[in-house]
Design a protein around this ligand. Structure first.
Ligand code: CTP
Ligand code: MG
Length: 227
């Protein structure tokens, strides 16, 4: 069985506002519900664990009922960082073949993209959805340009990122050590990369945006209108 962990325990500080961005509505439906509906429609995922701010876990049950989320399995309280939230989600899984980790604030991933990433992980152990980089990327230090990175080799890391359960657990065993070095673990692949295993990079769609800032909300409204 394949399980998804949808992380939604962030505070949304860059976007601001009264409520974390995952609960804001797009076309009258909370962003997190848009994301969870993509998992409802995919074939490969049977159960979804939703990681939430501690004060939201109880209320989420009724939201899941309201939107008839059949695959919703359990709500768990998140941690201080995204990675700690994923780790809490992982702790709620007894058994799984593949675990797909997804940001609740990526409402436009398609069910096909989810299925393809899970299927690739079944073959290779690890697969992540990636997107093209449009800008030229510079490495800078103290306000000075150090070098230009070779754009053909660069991809944006999207979600879902899918891994064999045992592999992901092994990767997360090192979380405390990595975070104590001051490294910000911004995706799951980062931890798996340290194990030296192969990770497939699949081409994802440009519409799989992460809603991070206020401008992204405007873009999301536009994407929703043309779906
Ligand atoms: N996330 C989480 N637990 C945290 C931090 C983030 O579950 N402690 C989740 C967010 O809810 C989001 C995803 O990880 O779905 C990607 O994180 P990001 O876009 O950075 O969201 P926030 O951390 O909420 O926003 P910000 O960094 O602006 O505060
Ligand atoms: Mg964040």
């Amino acid at each position: 069985m394949n399980v998804a962990i949808v992380v939604a325990a962030g505070k949304g500080t860059r976007l601001g506002g009264d409520r974390p961005k995952q609960f804001l509505e797009l076309g009258g439906i909370p962003i997190i519900i848009h994301a969870l509906r993509q998992f409802e429609r995919c074939k490969e995922i049977k159960e979804v664990i939703v990681v939430l701010p501690a004060q939201e876990t109880a209320a989420f049950q009724s939201l899941a009922e309201k939107f008839e989320l059949r695959k919703f399995f359990r709500a768990v309280a998140g941690g201080d960082t995204r990675a700690q939230s994923v780790q809490r989600g992982l702790a709620a899984i007894d058994e799984a073949e593949i675990v797909a980790v997804h940001d609740a604030v990526r409402p436009f991933v398609t069910p096909d993209e989810i299925d393809q990433t899970v299927q690739a992980a079944k073959v290779s152990g690890a697969a992540v959805l990636t997107g093209p980089v449009a800008d030229t990327i510079k490495e800078i230090a103290r306000g000075q340009v150090i070098r230009t990175l070779a754009r053909p080799n660069l991809r944006r890391a999207l979600t879902p990122q899918c891994f064999r359960y045992d592999l992901l657990k092994r990767a997360y065993d090192h979380l405390e050590e990595v975070e104590s070095e001051g490294i910000k673990v911004t995706d799951d692949s980062m931890l798996v990369e340290r194990l030296g295993v192969e990770i497939r990079a699949l081409e994802g769609s440009a519409r799989n945006i992460k809603i991070t800032s206020a401008e992204d909300l405007i873009l999301a409204e536009a994407i929703l209108r043309q779906l």
